[in-house]
Every structure is written in C-alpha cells, then in structure tokens.
Design a protein around this ligand. Sequence first.
Ligand code: HEC
Length: 107
Amino acid sequence: MKFQKTHGLALATVMLSLVAHAQPAIFKDADYKLGEKLIAESKCVACHVSKVGGDGSAIYKPQGRINTAAFLRGMVEQCNTELNLGMFPEDVNSVAAVLNRDHYKFK
Ligand code: HEC
C-alpha cells in the first residue's frame, strides 16, 4: 500500500512538470533560472508577503484583472519601472514566465 502511494505521487509529479512546461509562445526565450533568481533578489516575494501574508503567492490572482500572458508581462514591466528595478526586457520576460509557470498558467 505504502509503496503504491509513493509511486503514484512520483508519477503525478512527473506529469505536473510536463504540463508546467507548456508555456505560451511569448515566453519561448525565457530563462527560468534567471527569472527565479530575479524574483528572489528583487524582494518581490518579501514585499508581497508583507502585504498578503503566507508565502506571498496570494497577491497573484490568476482569476483577477490579469487575464493573458502578455498582460502579465506588462504588469511585471510596470513593477520594474515603478520600483526602479532596472531589469532588461529579457529579465522581465523571464520573471513573467516563472510567474506564469508557477501561478497564472496562461496557455
Ligand atoms: C514594495 C512592494 C512590492 C514589491 C517590491 C513588488 N511588488 Fe508586486 N505587488 C505589490 C502590491 C501591493 C501588489 C498588489 C497591487 C494591486 O493589487 O493593485 C502587487 C501586485 C503584483 C502583481 C499582480 C498580481 C495580480 O494578479 O493582480 C504582479 C504580477 C507582481 N506584483 C509582480 C511583482 C514582481 C515580479 C516583483 C519583483 C520584480 C514585485 N511584484 C515586487 C507590491 C510589491
């Protein structure tokens, strides 16, 4: 029984990661490692946590006003400008791609 449960979980994880790789075309050049690094370094999560608590992910509302991948990228660009983060367009794209993969899941 215990073995079967573990096995099922491993399979589910593999399937999930396969699904997670189906990203919109605008993110085809995204650098996910870079995106993750920028999100950590730019204190995105720290600030979001201070606003909504938990792990901060409640700030991302896939069912909210952001409803396309392009809009999501535009939002990240807006944060970049407002917070003066100095990210290049490739950086913004990579950050948006990570957010889409982990939270918004636009196709
Ligand atoms: C100084 C605080 C702060 C920092 C730093 C910050 N954010 Fe935010 N962010 C917010 C707040 C507050 C909101 C909610 C704004 C609203 O709902 O109008 C938000 C909303 C968002 C949203 C939209 C969520 C949604 O679905 O409506 C995205 C995407 C986002 N932030 C990305 C980022 C990224 C990426 C970074 C880092 C590069 C970042 N933010 C850094 C405070 C911050």
